[in-house]
Design a protein around this ligand. Sequence first.
Ligand SMILES: Cc1cc2nc3c(=O)[nH]c(=O)nc-3n(C[C@H](O)[C@H](O)[C@H](O)COP(=O)(O)O)c2cc1C
Length: 256
Amino acid sequence: MGERRRYSRAMTADDGTSNTGLYRHPYPSPELAARHAFVELEHDRLSTEEMAARCTAFRETLDRRRSVRMFSDEPIPADIIETAIMAASSAPSGAHRQPWRFVMTNDPDLKRRIRLAAEEEERTNYLENRMNDEWQEALAPLGTDHHKEFLEIAPWIVVLFEERFGVANDGSKIPNYYVKESCGIAAGFFIAALHMAGLCTLTHTPTPMRFLNEVLERPDNERPFVLFPVGRPLSGTQVPDIRRKRSDEVIVRRGA
Ligand SMILES: Cc1cc2nc3c(=O)[nH]c(=O)nc-3n(C[C@H](O)[C@H](O)[C@H](O)COP(=O)(O)O)c2cc1C
C-alpha cells in the first residue's frame, strides 16, 4: 500500500495516464514482449462528465431489464442472436480459454423436445419435492412452476454449455480454468446484449439439465450452464413486482 501511494504521488503527466515511471515492473517486460505478441490498447479517453453520463445511462438501461416468462412467437432474425452471442464471447475468461459453446435453435421439433424434457425435470423439482420447502418458498413470489410452454413459443432457444475441458486432436484433455466464473460473465454479457437489442430472455435452469446434451447432440466435455429462451415479450406481459437492493445494501466502501 505504501508503495502504491508513493507511485501515485509521482504521477505528473497531464492526463495522469502516461507516466511509465509509475511502474518498476512494466507489463509486458522486455523479455515477455520478445516472446509473445502485444499490441497497444485501443482506448477512448473520456472526460469525467462523459464517464458519469455513459455509466448512468447504461445503469438505467440495465435496470429496465426483466426476466420474461411469456414470449411472443414473432420470428427474430438469426443474425441478431449470433451477434448477441459474439458479444457474450467477448467476455474475459480464465487463461483466455473461452470455455463456452452457445447452441441456438429455432427448430420447432427441438424446442418441443426441450420443453417436454424440461417439464419432466421441473415436475420432479416442484411436485415431488426435489426442491426443498425453503427453496419453494423463496420461489413463491415469482410464481414459477413446472409449466414451460414458453420454451416452444419463444422463437429461439439458446443454450450456453460450459466446456469443462478442451479436447486435442489426439483426444487428450486440455484443461480449462475458472470455467463457471467465465461462463457466468459470458452469460451476463449475453443477457445485456439481448436487452440492448430490445429482446427479452429468461435465465432458465431446469435442473438437472443433462438432457440438453442428448437433445442438442453435444459431447461429454460440455455441460449445460444456462438455457435462454429469447424473443420479444408477449404484449401485456406481467413480471413480479420485485425490488432491487439499494446501493447501500450492495456497495461497501473502504478508504477515502
Ligand atoms: C442462475 C439463475 C438461474 C435461474 N433459473 C431460473 C429458472 O429456472 N426459472 C425461472 O423462472 N427463473 C430463473 N431465474 C430468473 C430469476 O428468478 C430472476 O432473475 C429473478 O427473479 C430476478 O428477476 P429479474 O431477472 O426480472 O430481475 C434464474 C436466474 C439466475 C441468475
